[in-house]
Write a protein that binds this ligand. Structure first.
Ligand code: NAD
Ligand SMILES: O=C(O)C(=O)C[C@@H](O)[C@H](O)[C@H](O)COP(=O)(O)O
Ligand code: ZN
Length: 353
């Protein structure tokens, strides 16, 4: 098992780690395990480990994917915790993709103003990103993740064996965040992916575990320095300004990683057009994402709605849009108040008609 330390907790990475969960909830009487249908088998492994260690368990099945990241779903969970007389010594465990871990984190953050949280991500995206770093929340009609809390877990258990059942499309979606980490902080990630994209997508090989460890290390470094996104943490939002707008435009039916893939190409274009990023590094974005089979285009006609949706991005300040752009490979910076002409010109890099 590899351990990556975040400020106050550890991310444990290895195969067959369900037995680590009881250790992390020591002292609890009851443990609520929140999961979605497709990962019932992985949730059962965690529930069995908890029962075997003598804990009372409260399994709560959530609607799958983005449908679960809804305030009405959180309210149902709180009703169930109330009915079970769940106290501050009890613990919540999220088993699933990023949607489950975001919702489980939000439920734990609000119940009694905070009960212990353990994250057990089962998607690549959850392991390298969503379950690490303490951002929790739900979507609303106004936009993506606009309601939530910073609430770090007491531990994150990345059981790589769970990736064996992850659909290929979701594995690819998670790679968008891995590639993001490569561009903002660890270009070695990009070299590994380009050298053998098939190996990068093979959960039983040796390349994917290395990519997970490197991406988690990038996130851990950033989050340890700036949990509440006072500054540095914004670099993890590279590609997300347009990406979140696409998710909203698609009614949250697109995979997050797919939207971020398009958003990364857009952010690279902003860097290139402002003369901050070389054309070669900008082109490398599209090339590596295409190698991984990720989408890099979006319809031209959607621009007005995307532009409007970007106004509620959390990085915006008043009417001023702010983007993370690159000043070189591994050198993230901020672009403030770009003109409408620049925004439209960059969009030409991703359009299809
Ligand atoms: N909190 C953060 O810092 C953060 C970071 C990145 C993304 N996110 C959020 O994470 C979400 C995306 O996460 P995601 O890509 O994991 O999507 P997801 O949670 O929707 O999971 C994708 C699909 O894979 C299924 N699945 C997950 N693990 C599986 C497994 N081992 N076997 C079979 N099926 C499995 C899920 O049930 C779902 O159907 C978005 O809501 C995004 O906003 C949050
Ligand atoms: O951890 C972060 O900070 C990130 O920005 C990571 C992103 O990949 C992630 O999608 C996050 O949920 C986006 O945060 P948001 O604050 O823009 O909703
Ligand atoms: Zn993301």
């Amino acid at each position: 098992m590899t351990i990556v330390d975040v400020k106050d907790y550890a991310v444990e990475i290895g195969r067959g780690l369900a037995d680590r969960v009881p250790v992390l909830v020591k002292g609890a009487n009851q443990v609520a395990v929140l999961y979605a249908g497709p990962v019932e088998g992985h949730a059962t492994a965690v529930l069995d480990a908890l029962r075997a260690a003598g804990f009372g368990v409260l399994p709560i099945e959530l609607p799958d994917a983005e449908a679960g990241k809804d305030i009405t779903v959180a309210a149902r969970c709180w009703d169930e915790l109330g009915a079970a007389a769940f106290t501050r010594s009890d613990a919540v465990v999220g088993v699933g993709g990023g949607a489950v871990t975001d919702l489980a984190g939000f439920v734990a953050a609000c119940w009694l103003r905070g009960v212990r949280l353990v994250q057990v991500p089962t998607s690549l995206l959850g392991m390298v990103d969503a379950a690490v770093g303490g951002k929790t929340g739900v979507n609303t009609a106004a936009g993506k993740n606009l309601v939530g809390a910073f609430y770090p877990p007491v531990g994150v258990v990345c059981d790589l064996a769970t990736l064996d059942t992850l659909p290929g499309d979701d594995l690819r979606a998670g790679m968008a965040e891995v590639v993001k980490c490569g561009f903002i902080a660890d270009p070695g990630i990009l070299d590994l992916v380009e050298a053998d994209p098939a190996a990068a997508l093979d959960p039983r090989g040796t390349v994917l575990p290395e990519l997970v460890e490197r991406a988690v290390a990038v996130k851990a470094r950033v989050v340890s320095a700036d949990l509440r996104e006072a500054g540095l943490r914004e670099i993890l939002n590279y590609g997300h300004t347009l990406g979140h707008a696409i998710e909203r435009h698609e009614g949250y039916r697109w995979k997050h990683g797919h939207a971020i893939s398009v958003g990364l190409v857009y952010a690279a274009a902003l860097g290139r057009l402002t003369g901050r990023l070389s054309p070669e590094v900008a082109a490398r974005h599209r090339a590596i994402l295409e190698l991984l089979g990720l989408p890099v285009t979006y319809p031209a006609a959607a621009w007005p709605q995307l532009h409007a949706a970007m106004r509620v991005d959390k990085k915006a300040r008043g009417a001023m849009l702010r983007f993370v752009v690159l000043d070189g490979l591994g050198v993230p910076g901020t672009l403030e108040g770009p003109s409408d002409e620049l925004l439209v010109a960059a969009y030409q890099d991703v359009v299809t008609t």
